[in-house]
Every structure is written in structure tokens, then in C-alpha cells.
Design a protein around this ligand. Structure first.
Ligand code: C2E
Ligand code: CA
Ligand code: CA
Length: 711
């Protein structure tokens, strides 16, 4: 901004002249107006103050001697008015009136003009004064802005004369960011925490001597005892002859930034719910544990634990209760570990532990300083016993148990990820062995689990790539030999393994929960296929049997999905039969009865499958709302083994019929079996003797050619 542009702003500047002498005012006005100013006049101090407040002139000319308050007093009062502090105020004094000139300065005048006034140059004088006034106020504004910005950034700046070694602060208000006030660099040093002081001083002195830039952090303690973290940077400034004479730098209060960083680190390292270390932090601790173990020749145990049936607590009592349970378990684990580490483990010399939560109901513990692997089971038992104790959460008595898998460094791996994975494999094994138990990792486990993981992955792919197909096995009426029903049986066309029978993957799918998706897929595909054949006029008055299975099979959930499937495929629900085993129904008998009743009300048939295996109970035939009883093929195949079996078959069929059930004999392979079964009042027959399960194309051909129809 140039001086002229400051003056020659669009509006002509307003200048206020206060003088009791009318003729002086007149002359001043004439001179200033000629120079392009607008002039306001006041005959005394009070009037000048009032006019200033009203019109806000850019400059004021004050006569010293006026009736009422004089020029000095007027100047002093002007300074106190809003907008008056930076106003150029010029006193008109007598030529040799040194005392007035002195007084004018004291009263805060900007400048003075001595009488007699040189009218020819008055306009220029006023212009000059006005220009420097404007520059000054612009400068002041900039300074204010800088100070503001610095205060927001909690930043101060300093300069050091390298020759004298003297430091000076140039920040307006270094105290604003928590330093001393007034602030010299030495004072800052005095406040640096003793632990950080020597290093800070050394760094800065060396940088000054070596004429190098520096950048350090240190902590200071303030008068109130508060600690702040300061970031101090400096660099060399070269003078005109490229000599370094000084160093300039900034100090910044980075306490909040550091706090935020710490918070971020905390979030990244600790589990929010329990405050335990998370997997990332566990990895860091591992490095330490491993190093210590190598030095002392001790072992590190990695214990993975998982609360049995925790999901059920979450699902039935809600997440709040689940979270509370996790916190209590955390506290118990801590106390077990604390005690074990200090007292009960004779074999552990100065052992330590890290407890961490890996997610959900999964915890991992690193125990280091273990002399012998034999000490670990005791710890495992103590953990299990403590988790076992019932807990009360808002009137809910909860009993939990835990399974543990253990791997040991160096035997089972020398990397935390491998140790965790192996402990996890052992955990899986422990769960298989009926929960609330622990297992040490053994290399053989690895192979078995690897195969299972592979299978789980392949199953997911199979569903996504459409590798599943349904085969259909017909069932015939004993009475007239007609095709009455067919059963949909899943096959897996694996790109490498070929056609995989269900026995090879259904049990695993049931175990892993994957069966849920398979159930839905089979239902949808069987309904779609059945409706297609109905549409082609190939089928009517028949049943399509679909096998449903799974641990904790949620029939209600399935029923809801089933509605959508029937709607999408358009299949008449009376054409659908669901085949369930006793085990599935017995998992939650009351709920099963309710849902099965609803399904039947929709027209869907229910068959009890695999009857005659396991603990078949005839009373179940009455308990559950059923339409069909399917006698298992193993039972049928045992018929030839003796008269007793045949009698049993007869009585089962008799009882089933008395409950109004249709009875199907599965797995009829031989004419012998057929003969026996026929005599038993069984309704339908299914088995290799008539047809194996066949792919849909073949079934369609058979239906078109009426191959299954008796003439
Ligand atoms: P299941 O429900 O008892 O199915 C009947 C099984 O007996 C079928 O075996 C069928 O091929 C076989 N079978 C039929 N007639 C004879 C015979 O005369 N002799 C002999 N030895 N076997 C015969 P598959 O298809 O291998 O299915 C085995 C089991 O896998 C089924 O037993 C069922 O429990 C399960 N499964 C099959 N498909 C599905 C499905 O889509 N979903 C579910 N959840 N399970 C299925
Ligand atoms: Ca079946
Ligand atoms: Ca069966």
C-alpha cells in the first residue's frame, strides 16, 4: 500500500479544526479545502469532543488555548474515546512555546504545528501526518492479527543475537500460551523440567554455535504447577554481507497436540470397553517378552481364551449385559494373573503377563518368565475356575465358562502371529472337546485345522460361484407304485475335487454355521425347480422334500425367509415338505412346536427324518406337529439281520399310523428289503432299488418320458 493511495481514498478525508478564533478556523478551512480535505469546525474543546464522536474525522487540529477545556485536556479526552487512541491529533502551538510543545507530547498529541501557520504548506503537513497515521494504524492492525494468529496457534517467536548471546521474545503475549510473563528465553529455560533442561540447552547452544537450525520438544512447568509441552524451532538469519548474526525461531505450545496424539495412540492400542491392550499393543509387548525370554532362557506362553456361549448372552440379554459381563470377566482375569504371577508359581521367576482383548469375547494372555511348561496348566485351571463363578448383572445370574488354547515360545513358533494362530487352533480343539477346558497346541492340530479352514473358504466360494447343485430322488407309493414325492439332495460340483457328496461337507457346514446359507439356497432352488416342473405340466399332486439342518437352527428365522422364497418361486406351499431330524426339533422343543404349527397352518408338510437312528423316541411323534415319518436307511438295511428288527419296524409304523402320519422307508436297496417293508403298511418307498438321486436334467427326462409311472 503506498502512502498516496492511503490518502487519496475515494472520500476526501475529514479534518476537524478546534480553535476559538473564528478567523484562524476560516483560514485553516480555506487552506485545507484547497488541498482536497473536508473540514469540520469546533469553537472549543467540548464541541470538538462532541463533533469527533459524531463525525469521526480522520484527524484533529487543536488550538492549545481555548475557553473551557484547553487543547491538552481535549487531546487527553480524545484519546480515551472509541477510535481515538490512534487518531492523529496535531496541536497548534506558539513558535517558541516549548512548554506547550512538551505538554502536547505528554497529552498524547501526534505532532504540533507552530504559529504563525505557514498556510501555503499546511495542506502538505496535514497530508504527511495523515499518511503516517494511516500506516501506523495499518501496522498496528497487522500486529494485532499476528498476535491473534499466534495466540490461536499457541505460538511465540524469538530472536537471538549470536554475538551477545541475548535472547528476546517478540510475541505480544507469550504468557497467553502458558509461559512466563514477561518472557525472556532464560526464563523459559528456568521453567523447563530438570529432566529435559540439559538436553534442550545443549541442542540450542550447539545449533547457535554451529549456525545450524534446530527443532526440539521439551516440557515446561508453569507458575501454577501445570506442565506444558513446548516445541522450539530456530534457524539462522544471514545479514547483508551473508554473515550470520542472529537466529530466529518459534516456540509453540503443543500440549494439546501431544494430548491428541496420545489419545490416538491410546485408541489404536487399547480396547475401549475393557481398557485392555489390543492386538497391536500385544505385538509390541511381545518383542519385549521375546527378548527377555531369550536372555533368561525362560518360556513365553500365549493363552487364547474364548468365553463359551457368550453370543447367547449378548443375543438374549442384550449388549449392555454382554458388555458388563466382559468387564467383570476382565477384572477376574486380571486378579488371577496378578496373584499367579506373584505368588503361586514357584516355577515362574519374576514372571509377568500382558492381558489383552482381541475382540468380541476373545482374550489373549502373554505370560513370560516361565521356567517350565508344567506350570501353565495350573494357571489355565485358575482362569477357568474364576470365569466359571456365576456373575450377577442387573438381576441376571449368568454362568459362563471359558475354553483355552495355549501355545508356547519357543516350541510352537517364534513370531507372535504364529503363536496366536497356534493357540487359536488349540482353542478350537478345546471347544470341540466340549468347552470349559484347555488344550496345548500340537503340530498335528495344524494340519486338521488347515484343512477345515480351506473347506470353509471353498464353501463360501461354492455358494458365490454356483457350485452347488440339487439332485432329486423319487419316492413311490407302495399302494399304486406312483411317483408321490421327491427329495432334494445337495451335491457340490467342485472345480477340482469333482462331485462332493453332502456327507463330506454338510457336517462341517453345520459345525461352522455355514449351513444356514446352504439351507436357504437349497430351499430356494428346490422350490424354483419344483415350480418349473409344475409349469411344464410334468408334476402335480406331489411333495418336494427339502432337508434342513444345523446346530441351533433357528426355525423362526427360517420360516420368515421361507415366505419370501415361496413368493418369489410361486410354489404352492402344499407342495413343500421340510425334512427335520429329531435333534433339530429337540434343540428348542417349545419353539419348534410353535413354529412347526405355523408352517403347517401355511400348508407346508413336516417330516421327521432319519428316524430309527440315535435316540429315536416314539413319544416325539406325538409331541411335534408332523405329517411324515421317514425311517432311516440304516434301519431298513438292518431288517435282514433278524426278526426283532422286523417286529420293531412293524410296531413303529403302527404307532406312526395311529398318530395319522405317512410313513416313508428310505434306502430300500434289495428285493428282500422291499418284501419286508411292503408288509409293514409303509406308505412310500425310496431307495437305490428304484432310483438313486439323479440330476435335474435326468429327472426332467424321466418325467417327460413318464419313466416313473406304472402302467
Ligand atoms: P438323508 O436325509 O437321510 O438323505 C438320504 C440319503 O440316503 C441320501 O444320501 C441318499 O442318496 C441316500 N440313499 C437313498 N437311497 C439309498 C439306498 O438305497 N441305499 C443307500 N445306501 N443310500 C441311499 P446323500 O444324498 O449322500 O445325503 C446324505 C445326507 O446328507 C442326507 O441324509 C442329509 O442328511 C444330508 N443332506 C443331503 N442334502 C442335504 C441338503 O440339501 N441339506 C441338508 N441340510 N442336508 C442334506
Ligand atoms: Ca432326508
Ligand atoms: Ca434320512
Amino acid at each position: 500500500m503506498t502512502g498516496d493511495s492511503l490518502i487519496d481514498a475515494q472520500k476526501a478525508p475529514l479534518v476537524l479544526v478546534a480553535d476559538d478564533d473564528f478567523s484562524v478556523r476560516l483560514q485553516v478551512r480555506a487552506a485545507l479545502e484547497k488541498a482536497g480535505f473536508v473540514v469540520a469546525e469546533a469553537a472549543g474543546g467540548e464541541e470538538a469532543l462532541a463533533l469527533f464522536a459524531q463525525q469521526r474525522p480522520e484527524m484533529v487540529l487543536l488550538d492549545v488555548l481555548m475557553p473551557g477545556i484547553d487543547g491538552f485536556e481535549t487531546c487527553r479526552r480524545l484519546r480515551r474515546l472509541p477510535g481515538g487512541s490512534d487518531l492523529p491529533v496535531v496541536m497548534i502551538t506558539g513558535l517558541d512555546d516549548y512548554e506547550s510543545i512538551h505538554h502536547a507530547f505528554e497529552a498524547g498529541a501526534t505532532d504540533f504545528i507552530a504559529k504563525p501557520i505557514n498556510w501555503a504548506i499546511l495542506g502538505y503537513r496535514v497530508r504527511y501526518i495523515l499518511r503516517s497515521g494511516r500506516i501506523l494504524s495499518a501496522l498496528k492492525k497487522n500486529q494485532q492479527r499476528l498476535a491473534q494468529a499466534q495466540s490461536i496457534a499457541r505460538l511465540g517467536h524469538w530472536e537471538r543475537d549470536l554475538a551477545s548471546g541475548g535472547f528476546a521474545f517478540f510475541s505480544e503475549n507469550p504468557a497467553g500460551f502458558g509461559l512466563c510473563d514477561p518472557c525472556h528465553f532464560e526464563a523459559l529455560f528456568a521453567n523447563i523440567l530438570p529432566e529435559d533442561r540439559a538436553q534442550a540447552q545443549k541442542t540450542i547452544e550447539e545449533a547457535c554455535r554451529g549456525e545450524r537450525p534446530f527443532s526440539i520438544n521439551y516440557r515446561v512447568r508453569l507458575a501454577g504447577g501445570k506442565e506444558r509441552i513446548i516445541h522450539n524451532q530456530g534457524e539462522i538469519v544471514l545479514d547483508e554481507v551473508r554473515q550470520c548474526r542472529s537466529m530466529v525461531g518459534t516456540v509453540q505450545d503443543i500440549t494439546e497436540i501431544k494430548k491428541a496424539e496420545e489419545q490416538i495412540r491410546y485408541l489404536a492400542s487399547y480396547d475401549q470397553l475393557t481398557g485392555l491392550a489390543n492386538r497391536a499393543l500385544l505385538r509390541e509387548f511381545w518383542m519385549e517378552a521375546k527378548a527377555q525370554s531369550l536372555i533368561t532362557g525362560t518360556k513365553v506362553a500365549v493363552l487364547c481364551l474364548d468365553l463359551d456361549h457368550f453370543k447367547r448372552i449378548n443375543d438374549t440379554l442384550g449388549h449392555a449385559v454382554g458388555d458388563a459381563a466382559l468387564k467383570i470377566i476382565t477384572a477376574r482375569l486380571k486378579s488371577v494373573l496378578r496373584q499367579s504371577a506373584s505368588i503361586s508359581f514357584s516355577g515362574m521367576e519374576a514372571s509377568s503377563y500382558i492381558l489383552s482383548r482381541l475382540g468380541g469375547d476373545e482374550f489373549a494372555i502373554l505370560v513370560y518368565g516361565i521356567k517350565s511348561q508344567e506350570d501353565i496348566p495350573e494357571l489355565a485351571y485358575q482362569i477357568m475356575q474364576n470365569v466359571d463363578r456365576p456373575l450377577m448383572i442387573v438381576n441376571h445370574r449368568i454362568v459362563m465358562s471359558t475354553s483355552l488354547g495355549i501355545s508356547v515360545f519357543p516350541e510352537d513358533g517364534d513370531d507372535i502371529d504364529i503363536l496366536l494362530k497356534n493357540a487359536d487352533i488349540a482353542l478350537f480343539e478345546a471347544k470341540q472337546k466340549g468347552r470349559n477346558t484347555f488344550r496345548f497346541f500340537r503340530q498335528e492340530m495344524n494340519e486338521a485345522v488347515k484343512a477345515k479352514f480351506e473347506l470353509a473358504n471353498s464353501l463360501q466360494n461354492a455358494l458365490e460361484n454356483g457350485e452347488f447343485v440339487l439332485y432329486y430322488q423319487p419316492q413311490f407309493s407302495v399302494r399304486n407304485g406312483r411317483l408321490n414325492s421327491m427329495e432334494a439332495l445337495i451335491r457340490w460340483r467342485h472345480p477340482e475335487w469333482g462331485l462332493v457328496p453332502p456327507g463330506r461337507f454338510i457336517p462341517f457346514a453345520e459345525e461352522s454355521g455355514f449351513i444356514y446359507q446352504i439351507n436357504l439356497w437349497v430351499l430356494e432352488e428346490a422350490c424354483r425347480q419344483a415350480q418349473e416342473w409344475v409349469g411344464k405340466g410334468l408334476l402335480d399332486g406331489f411333495l418336494m422334500g427339502v432337508n434342513l439342518s444345523g446346530r441351533n437352527l433357528d426355525l423362526r428365522l427360517l420360516k420368515n425367509s421361507l415366505h419370501g422364497i415361496l413368493e418369489r418361486t410361486g410354489l404352492d406351499p402344499r407342495r413343500l415338505e421340510l425334512e427335520l431330524t429329531e435333534n433339530v426339533m429337540m434343540e428348542n422343543p417349545q419353539e419348534s412346536v410353535a413354529v412347526l404349527n405355523e408352517l403347517r397352518a401355511d400348508g407346508i408338510s413336516i417330516a421327521i427324518d432319519d428316524f430309527g437312528t440315535g435316540h429315536s423316541s416314539l413319544s416325539h411323534l406325538q409331541t411335534f406337529p408332523l405329517n411324515t415319518l421317514k425311517i432311516d436307511r440304516s434301519f431298513v438295511q438292518n431288517l435282514e439281520k433278524g426278526r426283532k428288527n422286523v417286529d420293531l419296524l412293524y410296531s413303529i409304523v403302527g404307532i406312526a399310523k395311529s398318530f395319522g402320519l405317512k410313513v416313508v422307508a428310505e434306502g430300500v436297496e434289495t428285493e428282500e428289503q422291499l418284501k419286508v417293508v411292503r408288509r409293514s403298511r409303509v406308505d412310500d418307498l425310496q431307495g437305490f432299488l428304484f432310483s438313486p438321486p439323479i440330476p435335474p436334467e435326468e429327472m426332467e427326462q424321466a418325467l417327460i418320458s413318464k419313466r416313473f409311472e406304472v402302467s
